[in-house]
Design a protein around this ligand. Sequence first.
Ligand SMILES: Cc1cc2nc3c(=O)[nH]c(=O)nc-3n(C[C@H](O)[C@H](O)[C@H](O)COP(=O)(O)O)c2cc1C
Length: 187
Amino acid sequence: MKTLEAIKTWRSTRRFLDKPVEKEKLEAILEAVLRAPSWANTQCWRLILVEDLVMKQKLSELSYVESFFARIQYKSNPAQKGIVQAPMVILLCADPASSGKIWEKEYYMTDAGIASQNLMLAAHSLGLGTVFVGVFDEEKIRSLLQIPEGIRIVGLFPVGYPADVGEVRPRKSLGEIVFSEKWGASF
Ligand SMILES: Cc1cc2nc3c(=O)[nH]c(=O)nc-3n(C[C@H](O)[C@H](O)[C@H](O)COP(=O)(O)O)c2cc1C
């Protein structure tokens, strides 16, 4: 699949088939992460691959944070079931100490975000599905997977073959997000 086609047809997958991901496809996804640009090429990301069912169940449970969901429209994290169903969950972590910081802007989240998008588009272009899961109990997952203090857990990505292919979700119009020459001037 061409890059622009992958971007245009992207949609998050939260339901997965009981079908393993081929080793070559997994390697292609990991290679796509490896190729992401980063602050001064510091590559602050680290990945953990979780396939063990009990561990996936624990990660799913830890992707519900009561204090967060109490104040939004969702009663639970819509990705929870998918975390168990998917044959594999990729945890994307980042080390803030090895990325850049300038004028209080820390770039480790940017680096990790770009790597995340590479991961998601690579999976999608190979016929797989995934979703960025950003709501989880970071400290409990840290302790579960023995992640050192200081390393941030940026996202959980259940990866597998989609059980349903949903509609591409709407986005704002270009007129809402693009200005011409100065802020607020219509495009
Ligand atoms: C930083 C970030 C965090 C997210 N966290 C979650 C999450 O915890 N659970 C979930 O089901 N989806 C999560 N999503 C997926 C978004 O809800 C989804 O990308 C958005 O609604 C647009 O839908 P689409 O990806 O199908 O186009 C997250 C996406 C991003 C970029």
